[in-house]
Design a protein around this ligand. Structure first.
Ligand SMILES: NC(=O)c1ccc[n+]([C@@H]2O[C@H](COP(=O)([O-])OP(=O)(O)OC[C@H]3O[C@@H](n4cnc5c(N)ncnc54)[C@H](O)[C@@H]3O)[C@@H](O)[C@H]2O)c1
Length: 350
């Protein structure tokens, strides 16, 4: 079988995560990239020969099999719809699927109509530690799941687009909390049907980042349709590197997962060294450097799975279809609505 010709839209952080994963996927060739900046800085080291400042032109001129959409949230809709219009078989869309339900619905329905595979890049679903945790749950290791708790937190986004509500669709819940919100239904095998949210108000009302127009702290109590209870959190006030933690409580036991700071390595360095963990400020003193974040956070397995889906014309795993992305978006937006109205919100299928 010929290698899949891949196009990447975007040239920065998320594009790098995808490119590092394609590098480890022998069934693909990184063929083209489109972005409004850093085209050569990104294209050169990954050996991507075709570079475009306009993704419409890239879709038109190159015969791509698969596209990674790694642009700011507000552009997901237009890029996905353009890729579907160009007849590209597989589209991988970064989280969150979109910034509004209307946009997400349009993306899902156009891709369905054109028989294009829209795959939602919730990498946690492919993270080896989380896959193993689910397996233990399925083996009955902790009995029936009663309560789940999950968070992604760090000290603020590197992306200027993530700091502005108009580009991001919100703040730390839609940008970070969307991981737990997308992952937990896959783990629990149930839908989130009720949320009770609390968020800071953006700008002056934020705890720390007054220049972010979206919230810098957000949390919600959630209820699943099988009666499991949960708690999700996303915030930009946590120092010391990205902190992703998951706790699962069952009738017969518990599982605690430290996805980002639980490295087997423990280093003491007087001089410092290259890199420890995403969003960590420095590498002096005692640190717990990640061994391979591309693998441990799920990106490598995610890309390999999505590539298989396109090559074998199979459906993406549960939790990673366009519809799953839309459902996660509905939950994140319901958390905002709940925080604004001060009461619990029921969630219906979008
Ligand atoms: N799954 C994850 O863990 C993860 C991590 C980081 C970011 N993301 C997601 O990836 C997406 C991008 O985030 P980022 O951190 O790379 O953002 P960024 O701000 O670092 O980069 C944005 C990229 O979009 C490109 N871009 C902007 N407008 C464009 C246009 N009109 N046409 C083509 N390219 C355009 C820019 O050139 C740049 O390369 C976001 O949706 C974000 O939520 C996911």
């Amino acid at each position: 079988m010929e290698k899949l010709k891949v196009g990447i839209v975007g040239s920065k952080f998320a594009a790098m995560l995808h490119a590092e994963s394609y590098k480890r996927c022998p069934a693909t060739v990184m063929h083209s990239v489109s972005a409004i900046d850093d085209l050569d800085e990104f294209g050169e080291p990954y050996g991507i020969p075709n570079r475009y400042s306009d993704y419409h032109e890239m879709f038109e001129k190159e015969d791509l099999d698969l596209v990674s959409v790694c642009v700011p949230n507000y552009l997901h809709k237009e890029v996905v719809i353009a890729a579907a219009g160009a007849g590209i078989t597989g589209i991988i869309c970064e989280k969150p699927l979109a910034t509004s339900i209307e946009d997400g619905l349009e993306m899902v329905s156009i891709c369905r109509e054109k028989q294009v595979k829209l795959m939602y890049a919730e990498d946690w679903i492919f993270a080896p530690a989380l896959v193993r945790a689910k397996q233990i749950c399925q083996e009955g290791g902790i009995g029936d799941i009663l309560y789940v708790k999950a968070k992604e937190t760090h000290n603020g986004s590197h992306s200027i687009f993530a700091q502005k509500k108009e580009y991001c669709g919100g703040g730390s819940m839609i940008h970070l909390g969307i991981h737990p919100v997308g992952f937990l239904p896959w783990l629990v095998e149930a839908k989130i049907t009720q949320v009770m949210g609390l968020v800071t108000g953006g700008s002056e009302l934020n705890l720390l980042h007054k220049n972010y127009t979206g919230e810098d702290w957000a949390a919600a109590l959630i209820v699943f349709d099988n009666d499991t209870r949960g708690f999700v959190e996303g915030n930009y006030i946590a120092c010391g590197g990205m902190d992703d933690k998951i706790e699962i409580y069952g009738t017969e036991g518990n599982i605690h997962i430290d996805l980002t700071q639980g490295s087997p390595l423990k280093v003491y360095s007087r001089s410092g060294y290259g890199y420890a963990v995403e969003k960590a400020d420095f590498t002096h003193g005692w640190t717990r450097p990640a061994v391979d974040e591309f693998m441990s956070l799920g990106y490598v397995n995610e890309i390999a799975h999505f590539v298989d889906c396109v090559r074998n014309n199979t459906e993406p795993p549960s939790g990673t279809t366009g519809e799953d992305g839309l459902r996660a978006l509905a939950v994140a937006l319901a958390i905002y609505e709940s925080a604004e109205k001060g009461h619990l919100i029921q969630i219906h299928d979008p």
